[in-house]
Write a protein that binds this ligand. Structure first.
Ligand SMILES: *[C@@H]1O[C@H](CO)[C@@H](O)[C@H](O)[C@H]1NC(C)=O
Ligand SMILES: *[C@@H]1O[C@H](CO)[C@@H](O)[C@H](O)[C@H]1NC(C)=O
Ligand SMILES: *[C@@H]1O[C@H](CO)[C@@H](O)[C@H](O)[C@H]1NC(C)=O
Length: 419
């Protein structure tokens, strides 16, 4: 059929050109008719998109009132048709026709992207196992023989935030003991990048090569307390022994030339000192020797009298004298000796009994033949005088050395008075 020129094909002029909707009253009058819909356009999105198609309208333009304008036949929007397209989401996401809700681990408007943590990186002296780096994937690290995994986790997981869990581990050298760094029988334990030595006795330092062993002392004598009847006496002792388990030389010095010495009464220290020149460590053996005269038995307090003795150094010697109470004295013929002495022998001289003041001087016809010594009236009131008298008398006696030797102690306060 030959259509003449009055037919004109009107294209859509504008997408949103009209406010009205519908066929114009001039549809028939202008001979309007629709062309077939054209093919659908491309979808405007890879998912949940919209597409459109258009159609043309024919009309006569040579009829009165039929203006060359789409709206002469129909409203503009009738030239358009729309439909949804690509109504799906990638990777199992759920479409609600306008948007996608993605399966965990996927993202993007169409769930087209997968969370990927990327390569977590290799480690020196070890292996990274596992080749997928997407969400939920796990990689593991292993170290080669002689190395230990430290400072991180052996297994890491790709998390939703696209970051690997944990931190990257490191393969630390774990075989340092193989070079035998621990000396002198020490036990070696590997630790990462290092070793630890447990030293045997007497060794110290990181490698147990520092000798901290002092000389070992055995047979050091204990203190000796010796009594003797002589003024000096020979004392012997066991020589202590010093040894070194590490077999280094030891120098020993002593304050006595041999293991015996003739001591006077008194207190003495014997000392042995051993030093290892290799490390300067020293061990001492020190013990005391106390030499004393034999102990004396107690001596009696005379009846009606006062016994006056030294109260210092009584273990070296006892020097006693006595006073009779006023108007008492000892029996005729009894010698009133200056001092009763007990020394090294362990027994008293001149006798081991002090005579009693058994004689009342007031009852006597005559004091001839009686030895009237110093007297006192009250043991407590005259105590000080008796003490002073004693010191003076001792200082002038044959035993004055006992005052000279222990000067500080030879004082009245240190004189005992017993009544
Ligand atoms: C210690 O003394 C005892 C007894 O005299 C002796 O048998 C021993 O060998 C001495 N020890 C040392 C290490 O000299
Ligand atoms: C003996 O040694 C001890 C302890 O070192 C000391 O207190 C004492 O005064 C010494 N004695 C003598 C008599 O040297
Ligand atoms: C008496 O002698 C002893 C030692 O025998 C001494 O310790 C003491 O201080 C002396 N007493 C006085 C009062 O000096």
């Amino acid at each position: 059929m030959q259509r003449s020129s009055p037919w004109l094909l009107l294209f859509l002029l504008s997408l949103f050109g009209s406010s009205e909707c519908g066929i114009s009253s001039q549809w028939d009058q202008c001979g309007c008719r629709w062309e077939e819909w054209e093919a659908w356009g491309t979808c405007d999105s890879e998912c949940n998109g919209e597409r459109r198609r258009s159609r043309k309208v024919w009309m006569y333009t040579n009829m009165p009132g039929c203006v060359f304008d789409f709206n002469t036949c129909a409203t503009n929007d009738m030239g358009w048709d729309y439909s949804r397209c690509n109504a799906f989401c990638h990777n199992g996401g759920t479409s609600n026709s306008y948007s996608c809700s993605c399966v965990t681990g996927f993202y993007g408007d169409c769930c087209g992207f997968q969370v990927n943590c990327g390569n977590p990186g290799s480690i020196t002296n070890g292996n990274l196992n596992g080749g997928t780096y997407t969400y939920g994937s796990t990689v593991t690290y292993t170290c080669k023989t002689g190395y230990l995994l430290v400072d991180g986790l052996s297994s890491r997981k790709c998390e939703l935030n696209a970051i690997w869990s944990g931190t990257k581990p490191r393969c630390a050298y774990y075989n340092s003991c193989s070079s035998g760094p621990c000396k002198n029988g020490a036990t070696c334990t590997n630790i990462p990048d290092d070793y630890q030595c447990a030293c045997t006795n007497g060794w110290s330092g990181k490698n147990c090569d520092v000798d901290i062993q002092p000389p070992v002392l055995t047979n050091c004598s204990s203190d000796k307390y010796i009594t003797t009847s002589k003024l000096t006496d020979l004392v012997e002792w066991q020589i202590p022994s010093f040894t070194d388990p590490h077999n280094f030389p030891i120098d020993v010095t002593a304050n006595y030339l041999s293991n015996e010495f003739t001591f006077p009464w008194g207190d003495f220290n014997v000392s042995y000192s051993a030093v290892k020149p290799s490390n300067g460590l020293r061990t001492n053996c020190l013990f005391g020797i106390s030499l004393r005269p034999n102990p004396c038995p107690p001596i009696n307090v005379p009846a009606n009298g006062a016994l006056i003795c030294n109260n210092w150094r009584t273990d070296y010697g006892q020097f006693c004298t006595f006073f009779c109470k006023d108007s008492y004295t000892v029996p005729r013929g009894v010698i009133l000796d200056d001092f009763y002495v007990c020394g090294a022998s362990g027994s008293w001289t001149p006798t081991n009994t002090i005579p009693d003041c058994s004689v009342m001087v007031t009852n006597l016809q005559s004091t001839a033949g009686y030895n009237i010594g110093p007297t006192y009236s009250s043991c407590s009131d005259n105590r000080r005088e008796m003490q002073e008298f004693y010191i003076e008398k001792l200082s002038q006696s044959d035993f004055s050395y006992f005052c000279e030797k222990f000067q500080g102690e030879c004082i009245p306060e240190n004189v005992s008075v017993q009544c």
